[in-house]
Ligand binder design. Structure first.
Ligand code: CP
Length: 330
């Protein structure tokens, strides 16, 4: 069955059927990573370019490993080692890369909307590897795969999403994906990081114990100090006193609860070390599953020919660069 999308830009674009297609394919790719020779010829002769304007360990490494396990050629660029340092705009950089005829471009950028901006202008699939505080679709897909692996389903589960919800692209993508697959969402954090408009996403509370009570899944978020232009709480110590996931808080959840964290973790700030490394933690499974999900995404997008309907979808994507990009371009 052909995947109905040319790009992977945001989760709200995907239907339950699309998400299930990615997860089912990821299940089949998981097995490849357990073989002595972890490589299949599926994307031999294809070229995948990654362009990271923000730091990354997991996403960048797992896209590269995923592409190489599918036998694609992989070119990795970071803004620090590219001509962006000499003032080249994102669009010029991307146009030059596109002129080298890659079969997909993966982009992480600090400006929300940067991948959409490129999708409208370049003639190859664009994969969003995290755009500002907007979305991180492959993270949501690997989280959904991890939950499904441990719980057998997503429908009917209660997922507590805890922490810096306001600045979290992981939270945004996960809320779309998990609700789409039938889970109920509870958002937990300080009132300043849970503005009223987020109530449309799920129930909200600023009481950690209440928020995780009887939860099937606890999804911790990293406290994103680098994205906060002002003080949303008095001190990091005070934040951790109320919102650090400790064994005491975990005891409020269901006995078979699983705990996720996208990484990188601030140990002792949003999650206690004994919880991060404890029996309910599936954090390393998330990392393993990230490779299978990215193999599935690359397989579905790189092998898919462009069709007429894609042109109409692309014409509806943003015309103008996000403000942050226009400032840099100027
Ligand atoms: N989860 C995640 O996006 O981690 P990195 O920033 O290390 O890629």
């Amino acid at each position: 069955m052909a995947f109905p999308h040319r790009h992977l830009l945001y989760m709200a674009d995907l239907s339950p059927k699309d998400i299930t297609q990615v997860l089912d394919l990821s299940d089949t790719f998981l097995e490849i990573s357990t073989r002595p020779i972890k490589k299949v010829p599926t994307l031999r002769g294809k070229t995948v370019v990654s362009l990271f304007y923000e730091a990354s360990t997991r996403t960048r490494a797992s896209f590269e490993i995923a592409a190489k396990r599918l036998s694609a050629d992989f070119v990795s660029l970071s803004s620090a080692a590219s001509s962006a340092m000499k003032g080249e705009t994102l669009l010029d950089t991307a146009r030059n890369l596109a002129a080298m005829r890659p079969d997909a471009i993966i982009i992480r950028h600090g400006a929300a909307g940067a991948p959409h901006f490129l999708a409208r202008r370049l003639d190859c699939p664009i994969i969003n590897a995290g755009d500002g505080a907007h979305e991180h679709p492959t993270q949501a897909l690997l989280d959904a795969l991890t939950i499904r692996e441990h719980k057998g389903r997503l429908d009917g589960l209660t997922v507590a999403v805890v922490g810096d919800v306001l600045h979290s692209r992981v939270a945004r993508s996960n809320v779309f994906a998990l609700k789409c697959l039938g889970a109920s969402i509870r958002l937990v954090g300080p009132p300043t990081l849970l503005p009223p408009e987020l109530r449309a996403w799920g129930d909200t509370t600023s009481d950690l114990h209440e928020g995780v009570r009887d939860a099937d899944v606890i999804m911790m978020l990293r406290l994103q100090l680098e994205r906060q232009g002002k003080n949303f709480f008095p001190t990091v110590d005070e934040y951790s006193r109320y919102f650090c996931l400790t064994e005491g808080a975990v005891a409020q959840a269901k006995p078979d609860v699983i705990i996720l964290h996208p990484g990188p973790m601030n140990r002792g700030v949003e999650i206690a070390s004994d919880v991060a490394d404890g029996p309910y933690s599936v954090i390393m499974n998330q990392v393993t599953n990230g490779i299978a999900v990215r193999m599935a995404v690359l397989y579905l997008l790189v092998n898919r020919p462009k069709v007429k309907a894609d042109v109409e979808v692309e014409s509806r994507l943003p015309q103008r660069a996000p403000r942050q990009l226009r400032r840099r371009a100027g």
